[in-house]
Design a protein around this ligand. Structure first.
Ligand code: RB5
Length: 150
């Protein structure tokens, strides 16, 4: 599994912890975004990198981090084929996979602590999409994308 992870400056420190965690677990990680927490870096650019890595096939899943998780989740969700769940707890991370077949997990470095962030990451990668009625909903989302973004 290849994971694209990126953040702005606000998410830099937490991103580094998540990258180390993923690499320790054997994931191939593509990292982007801010090079330091000290200088402002746009969450828009960070989100674009994740979406483009997934849509070009360089990555299977993404992790998106900014201060609140809001800005970067908005950016990635503008792309056709990206389903990003902005999560604040492990339950949401699990459900984003089971019910929404999310391919990007977003969270806010100023919202969640590091141990919660790592449990959300583990939950996100552990869960499978449940299919059945949820496949119908996700299919409807895809049909909506087809209608809106030709
Ligand atoms: C950066 O200060 C902050 O605006 C950004 O990290 C994020 O929270 C935006 O949604």
């Amino acid at each position: 599994m290849k994971v694209s992870i990126a953040s702005d400056h606000a998410g830099y420190e937490l991103r580094k912890l998540v990258v180390a965690h993923l690499e320790e677990k054997g994931y191939e990680v593509l990292e982007g975004g801010a090079d330091t927490a000290a200088l402002p870096f746009s969450y828009v650019e960070a989100g674009q990198k994740i979406a483009e890595d997934i849509l070009s096939g360089k990555a299977d899943r993404g992790i998106a981090i900014c201060g609140t998780g809001i800005g970067i989740s908005i950016v990635v969700n503008k792309y056709k084929g990206i389903r990003c769940g902005l999560c604040n707890n492990e339950f949401m991370a699990r459900m984003s996979r089971q019910h929404n077949d999310a391919n990007v997990l977003a969270f806010g470095a100023r919202v969640v602590g590091s141990s919660l962030a790592l449990s959300m990451v583990d939950a996100f990668f552990a869960e499978e999409f449940a299919g059945e009625r949820h496949a119908e909903r996700v299919g409807d989302i895809c049909a909506q994308e087809d209608r809106l973004f030709k």
